[in-house]
Design a protein around this ligand. Structure first.
Ligand SMILES: Cc1cc2nc3c(=O)[nH]c(=O)nc-3n(C[C@H](O)[C@H](O)[C@H](O)COP(=O)(O)OP(=O)(O)OC[C@H]3O[C@@H](n4cnc5c(N)ncnc54)[C@H](O)[C@@H]3O)c2cc1C
Length: 415
């Protein structure tokens, strides 16, 4: 049974994943007193080695993370993406983004998830106005005009002027608040692994569109872990679900042959190193980003196809926008969870979110097939963008999170 008069905080965040931790740091920077809750143990959050995946962080997101002390330029410099090559299957045409063309710094960076989580965890633990409560999940939520009251799994309650749901694709916050969702199963699985290859990648990321899904080769720092070569790339390989299941059941040597067939001859001989993971892909979008005293951020608000490596980048912009509005309120001594903060947040995020959900969804539909008229359209499209420098530069700025409706969130200092 919850205590009668629970303590009042400015912001309660449910979820200490990438988005919850980033939201906590951004809201704390905005001047809010923040409580973050997560069912995970302290050991899991402090030593997140279980998450061996990597995340592509675009230049715009790098700037936001740098501002809140969550970016380690020195440690992560060797994962910098200096060029991106987008290829349609085995076709002759490709689109080439050269980071040097814009003078805005690297296009982005591939960061190990464990290192990013650890960096944010340390920053959260060091922030005087953030309290992270381990082994504590959200169990019930009551939203009223005055406050959000959360009942936690240990029976405690917390009152907050603003509650934030950052608890992932199956968000308990979203469900407890009665916010609906729309979902679409892509019938695809992303196979994620690390490849060792004979030649260095020189900071080039490849996105190869194959008929059953995109195949991304993302540059990682060199590693000496006993493999024949130190050169590494992270692979995000999307296949139809039935085919992915068969691939995942193969012995290493056979799996490596399948990998090599899709990898192409970019960097000589290639083999997998370490674990191979699989992620069933589903578009899940909340029918609203807010309710009374509540905002959703990150995958709790929508989880998109990884085709463009933008899910976390998009979620980070949610939290940055919300924090900007909360900062304005708190600076004037006003209520950070007032209805106009939340309606302003929804309105500001609408176009960025809708365009990225639509872009990732339609890119996947357009490229993941053999249909001849669509192949022709794709080739013409890629060729046209490549041949039109101003259009190409605009596309590059979008991919870097430096154009579009949320460009103000990134600031203008390259990392
Ligand atoms: C194959 C693949 C590749 C990707 N690559 C990229 C990329 O390159 N770049 C990019 O930007 N994005 C990428 N993404 C997307 C990115 O991984 C996600 O958008 C991001 O991890 C979502 O983080 P989150 O914090 O919103 O949710 P989650 O990581 O799901 O975290 C949710 C948190 O909520 C907690 N929680 C659960 N229940 C409760 C409860 N009852 N109370 C409190 N807390 C609770 C959980 O313990 C967890 O810590 C990729 C996704 C996939 C599948």
């Amino acid at each position: 049974m919850a205590k009668a008069n629970p303590p009042l905080t400015d912001v309660l965040i449910s979820g200490a994943g990438l988005n919850g931790l980033a939201a906590a740091l951004l809201l704390a920077e905005a001047g809010a007193r923040v409580i973050v809750i997560d069912p995970a143990t302290r050991a899991r959050l402090e030593h997140p080695d279980y998450d061996w995946r990597t995340t592509a962080i675009a230049q715009g997101a790098m700037r936001i993370l740098d501002r809140i002390g969550a970016w380690d330029s020195e440690a992560w410099a060797s994962g910098a993406i200096t060029d991106i090559r987008i290829i349609d299957g085995n076709g002759p045409l490709f689109l080439h983004y050269d980071g040097g063309e814009l003078g805005e710094g690297d296009l982005g960076c591939i960061v190990p998830n464990a290192a990013l989580r650890r960096r944010m965890f340390d920053a959260v633990m060091a922030a005087p106005n953030i309290k992270l409560r381990f082994e504590t999940g959200l169990e019930a939520l009551s939203l009223s005009a005055n406050a959000a009251i959360a009942t936690l799994s240990n029976g405690d309650a917390v009152r907050a002027r603003l509650a934030i749901g950052a608890d992932g694709r199956n968000s308990p916050t979203r469900k407890l608040a009665g916010i609906g969702e729309r979902s679409f199963d892509y019938g695809q699985i992303s196979i994620v692994c690390t490849a060792a290859h004979a030649e260095p990648h020189r900071g080039v990321a490849h996105e190869r569109f194959l008929p059953s899904g995109p195949f991304a080769i993302l540059p990682l720092p060199d590693t000496n872990d006993g493999a024949a070569s130190p050169h590494r790339s992270s692979i995000v390989w999307t296949e139809r679900a039935d085919l992915a299941d068969r691939l995942l059941a193969l012995e290493k040597a056979e799996f490596d042959c399948e990998l090599a067939a899709r990898f192409g001859d970019h960097y000589g001989a290639v083999e997998t190193i370490g674990p191979i993971g699989s992620f069933p892909l589903k578009l899940v979008a909340a029918t609203a980003m807010t309710s009374q005293r509540l905002a959703l951020v990150g995958d709790a608000a929508r989880s998109i196809h990884p085709i463009a490596g933008q899910g976390f980048n998009l979620g980070l912009r949610d939290s940055a926008e919300l924090a900007r509005r909360v900062a304005d309120r708190l600076a004037l001594g006003l209520d950070p969870g007032a209805p106009d903060v939340l309606s302003g947040y929804t309105a500001a995020r609408l176009s960025d979110v809708a365009s990225l959900v639509a872009a990732t969804d339609s890119l996947n539909r357009l490229f993941s097939n053999h249909v001849p008229p669509l192949r022709l359209m794709r080739m013409l499209g890629l060729g046209a963008v490549q041949a039109t420098p101003p259009l190409k530069r605009l596309f590059m700025r979008h991919a870097m999170g430096l154009a579009g409706p949320a460009r103000h969130l990134a600031g203008d200092k390259p990392v």
